[in-house]
Design a protein around this ligand. Structure first.
Ligand SMILES: Cc1cc2nc3c(=O)[nH]c(=O)nc-3n(C[C@H](O)[C@H](O)[C@H](O)COP(=O)(O)OP(=O)(O)OC[C@H]3O[C@@H](n4cnc5c(N)ncnc54)[C@H](O)[C@@H]3O)c2cc1C
Length: 431
């Protein structure tokens, strides 16, 4: 198959990039699972926005403080300054945010000094991503191919010419493209306890490692302090930070508070682990008692329903919570236009690292970051569009033998090991 721009991944980053590319380019978006099965659909809390100019300094400072000042200041500036434009685009795509009369309603999460988060009940990600997906499916120049897994990049002399992948039946094929965009999301599937979809296994990182594409801070992995504690295996259900932002408190087994719930995520997670260790317990408790029942039902209907399913009525009793892997701050190193160290290859969303989050992400900055920098990638491709060299593309295809089924045998396990080893190595480098 041949396309103009190939996007690997169908979350907010991949979809928004596709929608910002020129309509005269053939854009192909492939995804490993159903189009609806991305972490973008799971985002609960909301999306940050610069409310007004008077909030710029505080927004900037909150992002930097949460990131332990290891953030790239230029990326942070770009994200904040582009935030209103992105929200306007989303509204044009039909996204509805909670209103307070004629104005937007804003909520607050841990480590935010002011309420500046737009939300749609506790299903903000679903609201945004489903509208972008519907728009992409309507565009004649965009094709979304589900259950197609990228296993490798087609490269020569540090230039990317597309990918190798397989469909749900294990049939391998190549897709060549003038430009390729990695939008493969996070790495939660590599961990036993994670809030992420299990199929998100850092494939973008694995192929980058294979082709010596530059990575950055890949040991910067965020743990979410509050996921519902359950004995069953699989994806852990997240109890959004905005629950604590609205007043919920953390309690130990004696019903005592033990930390300030609105500190950055890494600090709250540390406090919970310390308390669990001290008490010899597998979890702590989160009480929503300070939040009025009507607000729980209107702002957190999904959390209410999910906890009820697990046997807890959050309007009447505390719920057991435990920290779990949640977000990946590091990734494929990119510049401020999301360009990687390989020619004709971009990376956007959670897979990419432009340094915006530093060592730790501020809550609700990731949807925003994904959207802002996905649009910038699309704009750069649009501006500098140059078809790939046909002869080079043919040469690359000639050396690829996709009919040899053994070529990628056992790749998933090998990739997982390679990524985890690289993370450990980076940890040592940082120490
Ligand atoms: C439970 C939860 C709650 C969250 N809440 C918030 C929030 O309130 N606010 C906020 O800002 N952020 C939140 N986040 C983080 C945010 O949702 C993600 O960082 C963001 O959606 C990432 O978008 P993405 O497009 O990069 O990746 P994703 O949405 O994860 O999409 C990745 C895509 O890549 C595809 N893919 C992966 N590997 C391959 C492959 N080899 N071949 C083909 N396709 C592949 C997947 O199938 C998927 O389509 C939350 C995350 C979780 C898990």
């Amino acid at each position: 198959m041949k396309t103009d721009v190939l996007i690997v991944g169908c979350g907010v980053a991949g979809l928004y990039c596709a929608l910002n590319l020129p309509r005269d380019k053939k854009v192909t978006v492939v995804t490993k699972a159903d189009a609806e099965q991305s972490d973008s659909f799971l985002a609960q809390g909301g999306i940050c926005v610069l409310r007004d100019e008077t909030d710029y300094d505080a927004f900037y400072e909150d992002t930097m403080r949460a990131g332990h000042y290891e953030n790239n200041p230029e990326s942070v500036r770009i994200m904040i300054e582009s935030s209103r434009e992105v929200i306007s685009d989303l509204v044009e795509f039909g996204v509805c945010f909670e209103q307070d009369g004629a104005q937007f309603a804003y909520t607050r999460e841990g480590a935010h000094s002011r309420p500046r988060i737009l939300f749609h009940a506790d299903e903000t990600g679903k609201e945004i991503t489903s509208k972008l997906l519907a728009a992409a499916k309507k565009r004649e120049n965009i094709a979304v191919i589900e259950h197609y897994t990228m296993v490798d990049l087609l490269t020569k002399n540090n230039v990317c010419y597309g990918i190798v992948g397989h469909d749900a039946n294990g049939e391998y094929s190549t897709i060549t493209a003038d430009y390729t965009v990695l939008a493969t999301g996070g790495i939660g599937g590599l961990y036993e306890h994670s809030t992420n979809y299990r199929h998100l296994t850092g494939d973008g990182l694995a192929v980058a490692l294979r082709h010596e594409i530059k990575l950055q801070d890949i040991d910067y992995i965020q743990i979410h302090p509050t996921t519902l504690y359950q004995e069953t295996p699989g994806r852990k259900f997240l109890i959004s930070e905005s629950v604590r932002g609205e007043g919920a408190i953390l309690l130990n087994s004696k019903g005592e508070r033990f930390t300030d719930e609105l500190q950055p995520r890494d600090v709250v997670s540390q406090a919970i682990w310390k308390e669990m260790e001290k008490e010899g317990t597998k979890h702590v408790w989160l009480s929503l008692a300070p939040i009025p029942k009507e607000e729980i039902m209107s702002h957190f209907p999904n959390i209410y329903a999910k906890c009820l399913e697990a046997g807890y009525d959050v309007t009447k009793e505390p719920i057991p919570v435990v920290p779990a892997q949640h977000y990946f701050m590091g990734g494929v190193a990119v510049d401020e236009y999301s360009k990687t160290s390989m020619e004709r290859l971009y990376a956007v969303g959670e897979t990419a690292c432009n340094g915006v989050h530093g060592k730790n992400r501020l809550a609700s900055n990731s949807l925003l970051e994904s959207l802002v920098f996905a649009k910038r990638a699309a704009e750069q491709m649009k501006e500098m569009y140059l078809p790939a060299d046909a002869e080079q593309t043919r040469d690359v295809l000639e050396v690829i033998n996709i009919t040899d089924k053994t070529a990628y045998a056992g790749y998933a396990e090998k990739y997982k090991e390679a990524v985890l080893t690289a993370i450990e190595k980076e940890k040592e480098n940082h120490e």
